[in-house]
Write a protein that binds this ligand. Sequence first.
Ligand code: PLP
Length: 360
Amino acid sequence: MNSDAIATATLLLDEKRARANIARMAVKARENKLIYRPHLKTPQSAAVASWYKDEGITKATVSSLKMAEYYASAGWTDITIAVPANIRLVPEYNALASRITLQLTVDSVEAVKALGKGLCYQTGVYIKIDAGYHRTGVAVTDLPVIETIIDHIQDCPHLQFQGFLTHAGHSYNCRGKVEIQALHRAQLDSLKPLRNFGGIISIGDTPTCSVAAHFDGVDEVRPGNLIYYDLKMVQIGACEFQDIAVCLAAPVISIKRGSHAIIHAGAVHFSKDFMLDDDGGKSFGQVVRLTSDGWTGPVPGVHVRSLCQEHGFVFGPDNWLKNVQAGEIIGVLPVHSCLTADCMGSVTTLEGRTLSMMPR
Ligand code: PLP
């Protein structure tokens, strides 16, 4: 990779690492007889998503109707929209269900009734289950409500009860593999009673899918972030630095000697997601050295500590700062790769190919 070719903030993608991340999960899914239905909101790119197809993966998860339409147009024919169905979009769901195998998720009888009334093409329906994250979904222990929703789904000729879908987003609070494993086991235990209703059990979050070796009682996994990983995933214990497949390269546009450097990459490039590093300092990204074939491990103590809309303020030890030069291209590992990719709108491979993403 030639950083001389970079003039403005560019999201670099190490294709080998991304493909290795996919392949590792694909092997684990095969060993555990799981359907691997990756969440494609992370790449938001038909070109990158085609790397899943190279691993024999043909089923997708998305987070919006628009994303489902985008991937359907790119040839994905089996898609789950994994946010509770928006009943204002019934005509659009219907149009999509007429051309692909579509699954929606619901967590109320009202949603089932509206879908049942409006859809005239076969559509799979998962019940969204809250197994501890408390974002959406029926509480995993609320079996009477779950049974009532299933009854209503089964009363609608065009709806097919698919099973249960849950997302353990609270795994992002874990620190270390032991905590992730414990959360995973607790989640699997809590989901067990649902098996009596039939249908499949679908889980999906990068920490548990990365760390767990066994998935008893689970039929499907949907990790998304795992294709790129990021600093947050290193901190959680879901991956190592060398698994991170994306790096934001940005030019130094100003230097406050003795204090910090300023890059032309701010909130509109990284997003405003941050993490607290081991010393409690805010980090929006950690600096790496760009090399001819990618980037090094993180430079100790050098972080983007604050952001304006367009500027990133990079602080590090004196021996780092004194060598920084205006115009230099600095590499930064993002805290949350899904949001950084979303902000950037395209990725450039280390070989210099720019891959487009879903149009805004
Ligand atoms: N499934 C659902 C419903 C999600 O909301 C998400 C992420 O937000 C995922 C799967 C993928 O999780 P991760 O980003 O941890 O890979």
